[in-house]
Write a protein that binds this ligand. Structure first.
Ligand code: AMP
Length: 299
């Protein structure tokens, strides 16, 4: 089965204490789509401007990502730039230039409306609603978000939550949403807002799932050096959805393993700027790290 992914398709300029790289392929949907493509067919919904480099379109194509839903409009591609502090956890947004993203209306090609798995990667909740409005009875819908939408679009986000099967957010966003410092208390509160599966991401400390079968503590793959963590969260949820879309059995049978696959895919993302490392790996590299994680967490 395939996964439909909507989100931002961006050019990212990223600065870390060690290096600076301008105008890399980025955006929540780009990271999630490439990650999901290791496991299942992907349909991308997004928008770019006429300045979007051809080599990035070719990169999507090399990953067999369906681009029928990618709009190419007159104007500039969404450009985001950010800078990391020495610890590589704290990030400051330096600039957000919306370009064609400002008036983006995601329109689904007819053939996409029956896609069983839907990932609403990080974009304005109103656009996430608009995509769901066009879908015909999807099997499993997951959304991601960011602090910006909690600050400026909370009512839209709260209306979205009951429409989801799963919701993924990081620990500081969960704290902001629920006013709970304790992650388990926060999970409980977020369930009450609608989603059956809630995943709180904790960066290099992994993630925690709360679902109908209880909790699952998903480890992060241990990395000695992180080059650039941009897009790790998107790679995690993209990899997870890609794995779920092809796994046999129920969501409950597979979601824990799917999270581990997502976690490992995200580890590759952190080892290079933007998508540079992720686009050089093969499915076998992911499988190898999953096996290592299995050994590391068995007791
Ligand atoms: P993450 O590291 O998981 O937070 O995701 C980083 C990605 O989010 C980058 O590739 C950015 O292009 C993208 N991004 C940054 N700001 C926004 C925004 N306001 N809306 C959508 N995507 C964004």
């Amino acid at each position: 089965m395939s996964v439909l992914i909507v989100g931002s398709t961006a050019l990212d300029s990223i600065k870390t204490p060690n290096a600076e790289n301008p105008r890399l392929l980025g955006g929540s949907a780009s990271h999630a789509a490439v990650a999901a493509s290791f496991f299942s067919p992907v349909k991308l919904i997004g928008v770019v401007g006429e300045d979007f480099p051809k080599k990035y379109l070719q990169l999507y194509q090399r990953h067999k990502i369906d681009l029928e839903g990618l709009q190419i409009l007159p104007g500039k591609t969404f450009h985001w730039s950010g800078e990391y502090e020495a610890n590589m956890n704290n990030r400051r947004t330096l600039a957000t230039e919306l370009g064609v993203f400002e008036t983006f209306t995601p329109t689904l090609p007819k053939a996409h409306q029956d896609t069983p798995f839907v990932l609403l990667a990080n974009i304005a909740p109103a656009l996430q609603h608009h995509v769901l409005d066009q879908m015909r009875r999807p099997k499993f819908v997951v959304a991601d978000t960011m602090d910006l939408w909690l600050n400026i679009a909370l009512p839209d986000l709260l209306k979205l939550l009951p429409r989801l099967d799963g919701f993924v957010l990081n620990d500081s966003e969960a704290q902001q949403l629920t006013r709970e410092d304790n992650v388990f208390a926060a999970l409980e509160k977020i369930h009450k807002l609608g989603p059956k599966y809630v995943i709180i991401k904790k960066g290099s400390h992994g993630s925690i799932l709360s679902g109908p079968k209880g909790f699952f503590i998903c480890p992060a793959y241990p990395l000695h050096t992180v080059e650039d963590p941009t897009g790790a969260g998107d790679s995690f949820v993209g990899g997870m959805m890609g794995y779920l879309a092809t796994a046999k059995g129920s969501i409950d049978d597979n979601i824990r393993r799917a999270m581990v696959y997502g976690s490992v895919t995200a580890s590759f993302c952190c080892e290079g700027f933007g998508l540079t490392r992720t686009t050089k790996i093969k499915r076998a590299d992911i499988d190898r790290r999953v096996k290592e994680l299995e050994k590391l967490t068995k007791f």
